[in-house]
Design a protein. Structure first.
Ligand SMILES: N=CN[C@@H](CCC(=O)O)C(=O)O
Ligand SMILES: [Zn+2]
Length: 407
């Protein structure tokens, strides 16, 4: 049974309490067996039975649970650096999308990519994410927008989850936008999602969640309700991209559908906040997306003060958030979203795990959980976020194995 000792600051991030309560243990040790944690506490209390076991020395590092990125669009063809420059010159995200760019441009390149190409590219991202301390990733489809192409992306995720160590959760996002071939007939596309895509995804067991982009320029609340009701009937759990560009009832729908999470929320109304708080829906903030689209960031304080659990994620995608740096998203959630560093940490661990229904397995350091932790070169979360550096992660343990961080 290996153990990690000489931990200066251990943020266990257990679920209990409010967002800032990370359940700190100083001078701590962790013991695990196989891939599961068996003991956590003050090193002075370490039971004698564990004393002679193999020891890893944390050298006084801060230890946190492996970070959970609960919102990414991990597999895609191409990139869109031209749009980045266009936005900086004054074109909006929506104007670019209306002119055939945006999501549809990535759909064209993703359709052209082979499964092998998508697999290699996404696998490369995962290896780099792990080096930042990320040990679990949610991955959405949504750049295929036909039965065959959506299945292709979800198959890539299935292979990745079988062949590499990061915990992965897949989400079907066929309702990301309307593909060019259905530009004139949106109802027919919604019917295709309901009658063909959802049954095919469910039958192949390729996704646990179903997400819809609810927006004036994408799917209406009525479309989203129809899609999510049939996804639920097929065994998938609802999620939503909600209130990103306009306040259009997405948060209220998330509450009505008892979604696992509603994500973005930059334009959420007070009514939406109340509804989500009452229904216990996790709010996911995606500060990299508002940064890269030059939109006003979500004021997370409004949500936390109303009693919502706020998770922090990257939204990694080639358009609105072309970086997978979760600690950077956490720092922005502090500086722009007004979370404190302790709140951002709970948001990127146990609350993020809850947003993907994995709070029983990952997201905190306690007995029974997966032995996933990151050693951070900072004395505490506040200093980590304050003196922000490109990568402060010294070591990562994933499913009990120490990862090779070299190269
Ligand atoms: N808002 C919709 N979907 C993505 C953007 C995807 C893209 O631009 O390719 C998001 O979450 O930001
Ligand atoms: Zn997204």
């Amino acid at each position: 049974m290996p153990k990690l000792t000489n931990i200066g600051y251990l943020a266990t991030c257990r679920q209990e309490g409010r967002q800032h309560e990370i359940h700190l243990i100083e001078d701590a040790a962790i013991v695990w067996k196989g891939d599961k944690i068996v003991w956590v506490g003050n090193e002075v209390d370490l039971p004698a039975e564990y004393e002679d076991e193999k020891t890893f020395d944390a050298e006084q590092a801060m230890v946190i649970p492996g970070l959970v990125d609960c919102h990414t669009h991990l597999a895609f063809g191409g990139w869109r650096p031209d749009e980045f420059e266009m936005r900086l010159k004054g074109k909006s995200y929506l104007e670019i999308a209306k002119a055939g760019g945006g999501i549809l441009s990535t759909v064209r390149e993703t359709r052209e990519a082979t499964v092998e190409e998508l697999y290699e590219k996404a696998s490369g991202f995962l290896s780099e994410m792990v080096r930042l301390g990320v040990t679990a990733v949610e991955c959405k489809s949504g750049y295929g927008l036909s039965v065959e192409e959506e299945l292709k992306i979800l198959e890539v995720y299935r292979r990745l989850s079988e062949e590499q160590p990061v915990h992965m959760v897949s989400t079907f996002l066929g309702a990301h936008t309307f593909p060019a071939e259905y530009r004139e007939d949106h109802t027919a596309y919604v019917d295709l999602v309901i009658n063909e895509m959802i049954p095919a995804v469910a039958e192949a067991g390729l996704a646990e969640f179903c997400d819809v982009f609810v927006e004036d320029s994408a799917f209406s609340v009525e479309d989203a309700r129809r899609i999510l009701v049939s996804a639920q009937a097929a065994g998938m759990v609802p999620k939503l991209h909600a209130d990103q560009l306009t306040s259009c009832g997405g948060a209220e729908l998330a509450a009505e559908m008892e979604a696992a999470s509603a994500d973005h929320l930059e334009k959420i109304s007070d009514k939406g906040i109340l509804a989500m708080a009452e229904a216990g829906v996790v709010g996911v903030t995606l500060p990299l997306a508002s940064l890269y689209t030059q939109e006003t960031p979500l004021d997370c304080r409004r949500l936390v003060d109303a009693g919502l659990e706020v998770a922090v994620a990257t939204d990694f995608n080639p358009g609105s958030a072309p970086t997978f740096d979760l600690p950077l998203a956490m720092m922005l959630a502090c500086n722009q979203g007004r979370l404190t560093p302790l709140e951002a940490l709970k948001g990127a661990t146990i609350y993020a795990a809850k947003a993907i229904h994995r709070q029983r397995e990952i997201g905190s350091i306690e007995p029974g959980k997966s032995a996933d932790f990151a050693l951070i070169d900072a004395p505490d979360p506040n200093f980590w976020m304050y003196h922000f550096r490109p990568n402060t992660c010294r070591e990562v343990f994933l499913k009990g194995e120490k990862l090779n961080m070299g190269g």
